[in-house]
Design a protein around this ligand. Structure first.
Ligand SMILES: [Zn+2]
Length: 247
């Protein structure tokens, strides 16, 4: 896997990479009648549209624009090749139970885990541990620890600025929120830019499944993510550019 380059923080936000989780042969999680991969794609496109409507000078690059499965490595290589300034990965959560009362949004950033990671190995991560274990890196592996440390040094502070705002916006919309957490996420750790992975709700919760399948629900979710991007852009463009790599 790629070790993120220790690039300096950019001032102008010119390109945003939007990653619709899963796709193609990988449907992600599912509810009673819908799949994660379809909802993530719909929301990703709505976020991209909002960005393009608001900012003519900002480019949007999608890791996928239709129903296929780019490997995680392909997604991050694409993001790095595109030289994105932000990476937004969109996912839907679930629990192992079929019809669960658990609901809410969760925003993940990549960083050293402060609490017992197993405690949080629910939903998205429980799925991945069971099925492919792609998204989580083993934080106890020394090589992984170095990658996570490098990524964190370069991008964690900015990622938290973005993620906290998205979480706050979900709260403003009246959604249940599980807050912001740090995890050793591969799709973020390998990308050389600040980023977040947003779990936009639980698909095995009947109420959230119907919400996430309506255009109105998708619009709201996209708006919360967009407001996070807008806030981040304004914050990073008003302050003088910080040089991360001061030698
Ligand atoms: Zn997912």
């Amino acid at each position: 896997m790629l070790v993120p380059q220790m690039v300096e923080a950019k001032k102008k936000i010119r390109k945003i990479v939007i990653d619709a989780g899963h796709g193609g042969r990988d449907p992600g999680c599912h509810g009673a009648y819908s799949y994660e991969k379809d909802i993530t794609l719909a929301v990703a496109k709505k976020v991209g549209k909002l960005v393009q409507q608001m900012y003519k000078d900002v480019k949007v690059a999608y890791t996928r624009e239709y129903d296929w499965y780019p490997e995680l490595k392909e997604r991050t290589e694409f993001a790095n090749r595109e030289k994105g300034d932000l990476f937004i990965s969109i996912h839907v959560n679930s629990t192992p139970k079929k019809n669960s009362p658990v609901k809410g949004t969760l925003v993940l950033v990549c960083g050293p885990t402060r609490v017992d990671e197993k405690e949080y190995a629910i939903g998205e991560n429980a799925n991945n541990f069971r099925e492919n274990n792609e998204e989580m890196l083993d934080p106890n592996d020394p090589a992984t620890a170095i990658i996570i440390a490098q990524y964190s040094q370069a991008f964690l502070t900015q990622s938290i600025v973005l993620g906290s705002k998205i979480n706050e916006e979900f709260g403003n919309q009246g959604r249940v929120t599980e807050g912001l957490r740090q995890q050793s996420l591969q799709v973020l750790a390998s990308s050389a830019m600040p980023g977040v992975l947003v779990e936009i709700g639980y698909l095995n919760n009947a109420e959230e499944e119907s919400y996430l399948n309506t255009p109105e629900g998708q619009d709201e979710v996209a708006m919360a993510i967009f407001k996070g991007i807008k806030f981040y852009k304004e914050e990073s463009e008003k302050e003088p550019a910080k040089v991360i790599n001061e030698n």
